[in-house]
Every structure is written in structure tokens, then in C-alpha cells.
Design a protein around this ligand. Structure first.
Ligand code: ATP
Ligand code: MG
Length: 260
């Protein structure tokens, strides 16, 4: 049965999508069966997996509203081979349409239950807000992966996210926990980044992943080719870091390796 993780941080542009797509690819490269859910109307995780969001007719929007099954809406990202439940701008309408629905925070959880046995990992790329879409992600998940840049303001935003996670844990999903904080876009030459990184480890201990994702231009170039950085340039420092992060996740959750 799949372990389900949200990649969440309400701050924009902190590396959520880059982490979701490359962790999906990194896990797939290590023979894990992966479904990547694009829960952001920007559709960046879909595009970054080579799926054309403009021509999408069935995606996560229809799934959330109960108009389609995941099995009808998912598409295959060929390199290195993982499934994607794609999104485009239609999804922004779901915020309003979900409001009137019964158990509106649990729509994604209900939909994913149908396919959970087909995967080892389901990863959910959340939008940069603590909206009803993000709540659906948090209610469906066993844990949260929080990508963050080692900057002063990163710590401020973190307390809002941790409070939301605590509230969801108390009221909606008692399985939910923070799996870990992932340091991304890291530049060791910047003293402030080193200081914030050390502060994070002091404060959060082993909730900080050992793997550090460096700032690496190949990761930023890859989406324009419709590929995860891990597939676009496997020998780049960024790709190798995400493969290592995949291995750390497998160790952390004790997932079994499934032969393809
Ligand atoms: P949003 O909040 O808009 O969804 P996000 O948190 O998903 O954004 P990304 O889209 O993953 O953030 O990354 C923001 C930008 O930073 C992108 O242009 C991406 O290519 C770039 N980027 C992410 N990680 C790295 C990295 N390790 N090295 C270099 N560039 C990176
Ligand atoms: Mg994003």
C-alpha cells in the first residue's frame, strides 16, 4: 500500500515542484512505483513531467469533484517511468466548487484510496497557499516533506505551516506528521545559508533530511524540456542529490523495493 506524502510550503518558489518531480523520478529510478499528483492550478509538475497541460481534458480537477476516477485521469511520464495525475488552470475553480461538497477536505483521500495499492509512493505537489486544495493534500497524506531555502524569512513561514499541520493532525487526519525539512537551492558559499542550515539542525534535529539539494542550473533548465532534472542530466549535482534524497526517503519509511 502506497505511502502518501505532500510536498508543501505556503511560501512561493521555494522548490516544491522541483522536489516533487525529481523525487518522483529519483524513486522511479530506484524501482519504486510512483504516482505524482499535481495539486497546483499552475500545472508545473505536469509540464515538468512532459504532460501538456493545455490539452488536458481529464485531470485532478475532475477527480476531486467526483467526475472521473484516478485511473481515467492519470498519464504516464515516460522517463524514467512514473504516473502523473495532472492539473491545469481548471483546478483553480475547484476551490469554490469543493466548498459545498460533503466532507470537502477528504475528496482527494477518497479518490486516491482506489489506486493506493498500485503504488509504493504517492507524492502530492501542493500550491503555495494553505488553501482547501492544500488541505485536501494534507488530509490524504501520511506525512509532509517541507522544502525550504536556508534564508532568514524561511523560518518565519515555517511556524504557520507547522501550526496548520498540527491543526489538521488534531481535527482531520491523525496519521499526519512532518516527515522532514529538506534544504534546497543550497549554496555553501553563502555564510547566512550555512548559519540557517545549522540552526535548522539544532532546532529540528533528525527532522532535517541529511540530503542537501544544491543550487544547480540543470534542475532549473530541465522543465523546459518536459523532463525531471534526474532524467535530463543524471550526472549533474542536482540530479545526484535528488537520487540520494530518494534513497533517504526509502530508508526513512522502510519501503520495500518492488521489482518492475
Ligand atoms: P510555487 O510556489 O510557484 O509552486 P515551487 O515552490 O514549486 O513554486 P519551484 O517551481 O520548484 O518552486 O522552483 C522555483 C524556481 O527555482 C524554478 O524556476 C526552479 O527551476 C528553480 N529551482 C528550484 N530548485 C532549484 C535548485 N536546486 N537549483 C536551481 N534552481 C532551482
Ligand atoms: Mg510549484
Amino acid at each position: 500500500m502506497a505511502k502518501i506524502y505532500c510536498v508543501a510550503n505556503q511560501k512561493g518558489g521555494v522548490g516544491k515542484t522541483t522536489t516533487s518531480v525529481n523525487l518522483a523520478a529519483g524513486l522511479a529510478a530506484q524501482r519504486q512505483r510512483v504516482l505524482l499528483v499535481d495539486l497546483d492550478p499552475q500545472g508545473n509538475a505536469s509540464m515538468g513531467s512532459g504532460i501538456d497541460k493545455q490539452s488536458l481534458t481529464v485531470g485532478v480537477y475532475q477527480v476531486l469533484l467526483g467526475l472521473a476516477h484516478v485511473s481515467e485521469a492519470r498519464q504516464r511520464a515516460q522517463k524514467p517511468g512514473y504516473d502523473v495525475l495532472p492539473a491545469n488552470r481548471d483546478l483553480s475553480g475547484a476551490e469554490f466548487e469543493l466548498v459545498d461538497m460533503d466532507r470537502r477536505e477528504h475528496c482527494l483521500k477518497k479518490a486516491l484510496a482506489e489506486v493506493a495499492s498500485e503504488y509504493d509512493f504517492i507524492l502530492i505537489d501542493c500550491p503555495p497557499s494553505l488553501s482547501l486544495l492544500t488541505l485536501n493534500g494534507l488530509c490524504a497524506a501520511h506525512g509532509v516533506i517541507v522544502p525550504m531555502q536556508c534564508e532568514y524569512f524561511a523560518l518565519e513561514g515555517l511556524s504557520d505551516l507547522v501550526n496548520t499541520i498540527k491543526q489538521v493532525h488534531a481535527n482531520l487526519n491523525s496519521d499526519l506528521e512532518v516527515i522532514g525539512l529538506l534544504r534546497v537551492m543550497f549554496d555553501p558559499r553563502v555564510t547566512l545559508q550555512q548559519q540557517v542550515s545549522a540552526q535548522l539542525v539544532n532546532h529540528f534535529g533528525d527532522k532535517v533530511f541529511k540530503t542537501i539539494i544544491p543550487r544547480n542550473v540543470r534542475l532549473a533548465e530541465a522543465p523546459s524540456y518536459g523532463l525531471p532534472g534526474v532524467s535530463f542530466d543524471p550526472s549533474s549535482r542536482g540530479a545526484r542529490a535528488y537520487i540520494e534524497f530518494g534513497a533517504e526517503m526509502i530508508r526513512r519509511v522502510g519501503a520495500t523495493t518492488t521489482a518492475l
